[in-house]
Structure formats: C-alpha cells, structure tokens
Write a protein of this length. Structure first.
Length: 426
C-alpha cells in the first residue's frame, strides 16, 4: 500500500511529525521532490532534528529510506545530515539514492545567490540552496544524473559543454570568477565516492516492494501553494509538491497511491514573498502567534527566518486538499491556539466585490480580501488529551467548522510536537 503525506498549504504544516508517526508503520519512506531548501522538524526519543533531504524514516532501523529521482540531491548536505544523526547516537540509517536522481552542482548554489543579488528587491526570497537553477538545468537537459557520476567520459564531455555556458554567465552577467573544469571534475569524483554505497535502481526496488505488499510512504515537502503549476506562481518552488508527482518522483504507477494525507496547520504561516490573504496584519498579534507557534516559534527550519503569520484559510486549504487529491486531512498545531479568546477563520475571498470560496489564479489573488468568521476560543491547554470527545467543545467546533469548509475529513488532530501527541478520529 502506498500512502502520501503532503502539505495542503504553504509548507511548514507539521508534515515531519505526521510522517514520522506514520513512518512507524511503513517499510519504506521516500522523498520524491524538492531538495535541501526546506526542512522537517522531528521530535523523538533521540532529541529534536531538522531533516532537509533525508526521509523521515531514518530514525527507524526497520525502514528503507529512499531519495527518489525527483529530488535535487545535494551530496554534501546529505552526507552531513547522516553524520548529524550518527553524531547524536542515532544508528546509521538504511538509505537508497536513485541512480536517476540529479545532483545539485556547486554552481547551482552560486547562481541562486548571484541571481537573487542581481534581482535585489524583485528577488523571490529563495533559500539560495540552488534549487531553481538545479531544476532549470534538469529540464534544459544539462543536469548531471547520479548514474553519470560513474562514467568519466560522459562527465568530461558534459562538463566541457555545460561550463562554456555557465562561465559566460559568470563572466559577463554576474562578473564573478569562472569555474575550472578540472576542479569541478575533482568535486564530482568526491560526490561519486560519497554516495556510491547508497546508489540503486529505485523504481525496480519499489516494483518488487509493491508486489511483496510492503507499506510505502511518500513524503512531500512544502505544500500545494508552492506547486509550480497549481500554486501561487511565480512565488513557488521549482518541483511539484503534489501527491500525484510522487508517482513520477519515485518511479511507481500513479494508481498505487491509495491514501493521501493532506497536512494542514490550525493557523497559517508562510515564508518568502507572495500574496497571503489571511495574513495577520496587526504585528503585535502576529508576533504573539509566531512566538507561541510550532514548537519554539514559527521560524524557518532551514533558514531561521521569521514566518509570516495568518489565520486559518479555508479557501486556500480546500483548494490545497483538492489538488492534492486528499483522502484525509491531519490538522496540526491546534494546541497553540489555546490562548485566544476568539479565533478568526477565513471562509471566503472577496474579489472585485464578489465573495468566492474557490482559490483564484495569482493575477487575481492580490485583489482578494479575506472574509472572516470568528469562532470562540477554548482557553485551555489541550496537550495530553488522547480522545477526541475529551477536547473542549469549542475546540471540537473549530475542527468541525474547518472540516466542513475544506470538504475533507479530518482524521488526525495533532495537539503537540511529539509523536504521541495525536488524536485519531478514525
Ligand atoms: P513541515 O515542514 O511541514 O514538517 O513543518 P515543520 O517541520 O516546520 O513543523 C512545524 C513545527 O511545528 C515544528 O517545530 C514541529 O515540531 C511543530 N509541531 C508539529 N506538530 C505540532 C503540534 O501539534 N503542536 C505543536 N505545538 N507543535 C507542533
């Protein structure tokens, strides 16, 4: 059985925690898109960890963790991440890296920085991990597949060809030092040696695993709003964040994905630019929620940047769940809202005088004004509660209100950062 855990919103919905929890029941956990530009936070018996490229099953010795072909593989970061686990007494994880994954080149990271500098105020708020230049090259067919690292003739020919273009840009557009092909060759040999123990034919492995009835978890990064096609383009990421892409980014048939869990946080947060309709504009209120939010505040897991804060957005989340094809939703970080007397929830967007519950294209999004309904708060700490019926009535009403508006059953409610802080409704 293949299940996907994906974000219904802008990312940082708490997917890491839900994935970590569901990973316990899985045989295989797969990252299928994105790169080291975002992070999951996982709290378990070993401590608190921010994972960027490694799948969330790395804490379980009985799980095979896979970095699929759809991922932007930053070799140095993956190796450093493995070390950061073993340094803290986590046993070395079982890991397989697809021979079809492509490698983030050192110049992708540089181009990401140089381009953001060049754009100045018009920049995308990139995390400068090289993700956009990486995917540009992948689709321009000048990327480097893991399998190619093992063939020096291919590597040399390709580098000669690619570096002409890269060095022209470096010299004339960015006025930066050029890349020496021999140095780059050396780096790629280092990469090859670092990942050699992990490289495998992932789709063949998964074909057999599906036949054998294994439980497989596809782990999404970011959320629907960051999808390059269905999100808030151009303030999006460069690979698809949708569950459907899990089939491509792992190399399995689409019809094998039977269960899609969309993770949605009990309030909104976003990083980077772009329209954010339910943003809390009162800085004091936003800051209070930011400080109380998540586990230790709403600051980026990779960058440490303060996140933009908003009230729950049913319009964005309904759309987010629909595009994910969610069969169920997990509502997270609900415990954080316990301090509020009342809680606004965005139930519609007013665009040109008309109220809609359908999420619009980006060109209309900046005209959208939030329509709020205000629900009473529950004014207590709900951490530690295990049964849905034991939640305060106003809290249940909040959950059921959201469930109705997003048109997706909320089967899991997360009331704390730890694995056991979960209320199952199924
Ligand atoms: P992801 O990228 O979707 O995995 O999200 P993050 O890793 O940014 O997770 C958001 C933060 O919320 C992390 O610090 C988690 O430890 C924390 N978190 C997850 N679920 C809950 C919850 O139910 N309650 C609280 N208080 N924190 C949570």
């Amino acid at each position: 059985m293949v299940r996907a855990v994906v974000g219904a919103n802008w990312g940082d919905e708490g997917k890491g925690k839900i994935t970590d929890m569901l990973a316990e029941q899985a045989d295989i956990v797969i990252r299928f898109q994105g790169g080291a530009n975002a992070g999951h936070t996982i709290v378990n018996e070993y401590g608190k960890f921010a994972l960027h490229t490694l799948p969330s099953g790395v804490f379980h010795q009985n799980i095979m963790n896979i970095i699929g072909n759809g991922v932007a593989l930053d070799v140095e970061k993956v190796v450093a991440e493995i070390k950061s686990l073993t340094d803290r007494n986590v046993p070395a994880p079982h890991l397989m890296i697809s021979n079809r994954a492509q490698v983030v080149m050192p110049y992708h990271v540089l181009f990401d920085q140089y381009e953001e500098e060049r754009l100045g105020k018009a920049s995308f708020g990139s995390t400068k991990s090289g993700i956009a230049p990486f995917y540009s090259d992948k689709y321009a067919k000048i990327g480097f597949q893991v399998s190619e690292l093992f063939d020096d003739d291919i590597l040399k020919d390709k580098l000669d060809h690619v570096l002409v273009q890269k060095n022209t840009l470096l010299k004339y557009l960015y006025k930066k030092p050029e890349i020496d092909p021999e140095e780059m060759m050396k780096t790629l040999h280092e990469y090859r040696d670092l990942i050699a123990p992990y490289v495998g034919d992932v789709s063949a492995y998964l074909y057999q695993a599906i036949k054998d009835g294994k439980t497989i978890l596809l782990e999404g990064q970011l959320g629907t709003m960051k999808d390059p096609d269905h999100g808030i383009y151009p303030m999006v990421t460069s690979s698809s964040t949708l569950a459907a892409y899990g089939a491509i980014g792992a190399g399995i048939p689409p019809y094998e994905i039977k269960d899609i869990v969309a993770v949605t946080k009990a309030y909104s947060s976003a990083v980077g630019g772009g329209d954010f309709v339910s943003e809390i504009l009162d800085e004091q209120k936003a800051d209070e929620l930011r400080r109380r939010g998540g586990d230790g505040g709403e600051y980026g897991a990779t960058t440490g940047r303060p996140r933009r804060m908003g009230w729950y957005d049913c319009v964005a989340s309904k759309y987010g769940c629909r595009l994910q094809g969610a069969t169920e939703a997990a509502l997270t970080v609900l415990d954080v809202l316990g301090y509020l007397d009342e809680i606004p929830v965005c139930t519609g967007y007013e665009i040109d005088g008309k109220v809609t519950t359908d999420f619009p294209v980006t060109a209309l999004l900046n005209k959208a004004k939030p329509v709020y309904e205000t629900l009473p708060g529950w004014k207590c700490d709900i951490r530690g509660i295990k049964k849905y019926e034991d939640l305060p009535e106003n809290c249940r009403k909040y959950i059921e209100f959201i469930e109705k508006h997003i048109e997706c059953p909320i089967t899991m409610v997360s009331n704390g950062p730890a694995r056991e802080d979960i209320i199952l409704r199924k």
